[in-house]
Design a protein around this ligand. Structure first.
Ligand code: HEC
Length: 213
């Protein structure tokens, strides 16, 4: 009985210490971090798009956390400066992600701000990046004989355009792309340190990029 009591109290102390250092301390440290000046809150539409991003499982292949130059060549990959806690002020839950089957998307809005490109790439990734392993999200679009008024028609490369049909984006696809385009964290967070915008850094293409954690 004596030994069991020791074992149990040992386990409780370990658990309490772990909770304090891994949960409570970070919460206290991060709870009053203000948003950086350049960060805007999401609009209603972007928040809807964020829900689509979560429900489609984009986070299982894409991270949103460029790392510092001392840890990984993320900046040279064109993914932007290392993120800081305040960058995630409006993100609940955060979508840091752990897998990088595809590129980090924290600055995709700066790197690829074109609505047409993003819609077309979601409809058919291989039309833009030959050999891409990203799934095509074609159920976010409708094929129609002709576009009706107000339809957002996807402009695909002519070689990938379906014959005699137009590809029309559903509201989910339009919201998702607005969310992607809002992912632009290129504002400065370290006063005095000037870094070129991600688009100017060397952008690696999918064919040369290795999936790295
Ligand atoms: C199975 C893994 C996988 C999933 C799931 C996935 N992607 Fe991708 N994604 C990739 C790969 C690989 C690439 C690089 C090749 C390419 O450009 O298609 C990529 C590229 C991209 C790019 C272009 C990035 C750049 O730097 O040019 C965007 C934008 C993107 N994905 C958005 C999304 C969104 C939004 C979703 C969810 C709807 C999603 N992806 C789901 C694997 C994935």
């Amino acid at each position: 009985m004596e030994n069991e009591r020791k074992l149990l109290s040992g386990a409780m102390v370990t658990l309490a210490l772990a909770t304090a250092t891994l949960v409570m301390l970070p919460h206290i440290q991060l709870s009053d971090v203000p948003p950086p000046e350049g960060l805007k809150p999401y609009t209603e539409q972007q928040l809807r798009g964020r829900e689509v991003y979560i429900s489609m499982g984009c986070v299982y292949c894409h991270s949103q956390q460029p790392r510092s130059q001392s840890q990984a060549p993320d900046f040279q990959r064109g993914w932007g400066r290392a993120s800081v806690a305040g960058d995630y002020y409006y993100d609940s839950p955060h979508l840091l992600g752990t897998m990088r089957t595809g590129p980090d998307l924290f600055n995709i809005g700066a790197r690829q701000p074109s609505v047409d490109w993003n819609l077309g790439h979601l409809y058919d990734p291989r039309a833009y990046t030959p050999g891409s392993t990203m799934p095509a999200f074609q159920f976010l679009f409708t094929l129609k004989d002709q576009a009706d008024e107000g339809d957002v028609v996807v402009k695909l490369p002519p070689s990938h355009q379906p014959l005699d049909k137009v590809v029309v984006a559903k509201p989910e696809a339009i919201d998702l792309v607005q969310y992607l385009i809002s992912l632009n964290h290129t504002y400065p967070v370290h006063p005095g340190v000037e870094l070129p915008a991600p688009a100017e850094a060397q952008v690696q293409t999918a064919s040369t990029q290795k999936a790295s954690p």
